[in-house]
Design a protein around this ligand. Structure first.
Ligand code: NAP
Ligand code: ZN
Ligand code: ZN
Length: 357
């Protein structure tokens, strides 16, 4: 099946056509390379749990799902064409694309480099439209992307490129709140959920110098947590361990994708502790006011990160030799990867190899 006729660069991706459909090849057209655009030949694209939520319409009606959908917002590849005015990239450079590809560029958040909070609404990498609010965007489960250089990231090519792809979402989504809320020496930081985001959170918080504990439902992940840099591992079903940890953390980063009890996790915070929610369960979660009032605690949220901070995160990860632990798959295995991710059976990010797709 193919998209409506449009002038531009013919390419190929993998799309789903409704919330129950399987992924299949999808021919479509990227816009021609404009003066400020770069054409990226995509090498790898990570599978974020947000792809699954949206492909399966789990966030509707809040965030409707538009089909055909080519998900993917953890993209790395090589620049194969640059527009006449492009300054940041040259042909052959490695580049990355994260969760958005454009924004209004004029509102206070855009001017401040936190374009993810664009007041007019940024153009998401997929399941969205370009800023004309008409042209659908298709994501990184595809061979090519055309993007304004301002919204593309420079990638250090010395690392393993497949392990760099997940930094574009999982990396920045954990780096930004960890930095904002002061993860560092002397701070006890807990990462709730050891999946794609969680394992990046552990690596980044440890590199920032914090004492890191993983809060997990999967006892089998304990060894991995240590190898990733965690100092402690707490199985949230272990009543004794939970009792001992109550009131002990300065910061909890909640990366959990499914329903869970915020009140329970808040009870693990110490006085004036902060819990930052980045995971997006599909149903609302009840909150008891006493969970916050008792210890003068705060519950916060955070959405990915802006372009300048995403570049800062990529440079931080390059400096600290941080990449994602990945299982590289062929596009024919997208459904299998989705099912395993939902079962928390991912060590720790599936990444699609688009080079021979
Ligand atoms: P993921 O790889 O599937 O990891 C989620 C982890 O949550 C699982 O590995 C599991 O860890 C834990 N978990 C699953 N079900 C649970 C349950 N019922 N109770 C407690 N813990 C449970 O997903 P991800 O890609 O890291 O994404 C995580 C969430 O963040 C998703 O909802 C995604 O949409 C959202 N997200 C938000 C942003 C943002 O900007 N805020 C950006 C990207 C993604 P254990 O096995 O250790 O328990
Ligand atoms: Zn994501
Ligand atoms: Zn804006």
């Amino acid at each position: 099946m193919s998209a409506p006729e449009r002038q531009g660069i013919a390419t190929r991706g993998f799309a789903t056509h409704n919330k129950e459909a399987k992924f299949g090849p999808f021919e479509f057209v990227r816009r021609e390379v404009g003066p400020h655009d770069v054409l990226i030949d995509i090498a790898y694209c990570g599978i974020c749990h947000s792809d699954i939520h949206q492909a399966r319409a789990e966030w509707a009606p809040m965030i409707p799902s538009m089909y055909p959908m080519v998900p993917g917002h953890e993209i790395v590849g090589r620049v194969s064409q640059v527009g006449s005015e492009v300054a940041k990239f040259k042909e052959g450079d490695f580049a990355g694309i994260g969760c958005f590809v454009d924004s209004c560029r004029e509102c206070p958040p855009c001017k401040a480099g936190i374009e993810q909070y664009c007041i007019k609404g940024s153009a998401q990498t997929y399941n969205s439209t370009e800023m004309d609010r008409e042209t659908p965007t298709y994501g990184g489960y595809s061979k090519h992307y055309v993007i304004d250089e301002k919204y593309a990231l420079k990638v250090n090519a010395e690392g393993d490129l497949s392990g760099i792809a997940p930094l574009l979402c999982a990396g920045i989504t954990t780096y930004s709140p960890l930095k904002k809320w002061g993860a560092g020496p002397g701070k006890k930081v807990a990462i709730a959920g050891l999946g794609g985001l969680g394992h990046m959170g552990v690596k980044i918080a440890a590199a920032m110098g914090a004492e890191v504990t993983v809060l997990s439902t999967s006892p089998s992940k304990e060894k991995d947590a240590q190898a990733l840099g965690a100092h402690k591992f707490l199985v949230t079903k272990d009543a004794e361990a939970v009792k001992a940890a109550t009131g002990s953390f300065d910061l909890i980063l909640d990366t959990i994708s499914a329903q869970h009890d915020y009140n329970f996790y808040l009870s693990l915070l110490g006085l004036e502790g902060v819990m930052v929610v980045v995971g997006v369960p599909t149903e609302p979660i009840p909150l008891n006011a006493f969970s916050l009032i008792g210890g003068n605690k705060a519950l916060a949220g955070s959405l990915i990160g802006g372009i300048p901070e995403t570049q800062e995160m990529l440079d931080f990860c390059a400096k600290h030799n941080i990449t994602s632990d990945v299982e590289v798959i062929d596009p024919s295995r997208i459904e299998e990867a989705y099912d395993r991710t939902v079962k928390s059976d991912v060590r720790y990010r599936f990444v699609i190899d688009m080079q021979n797709a």
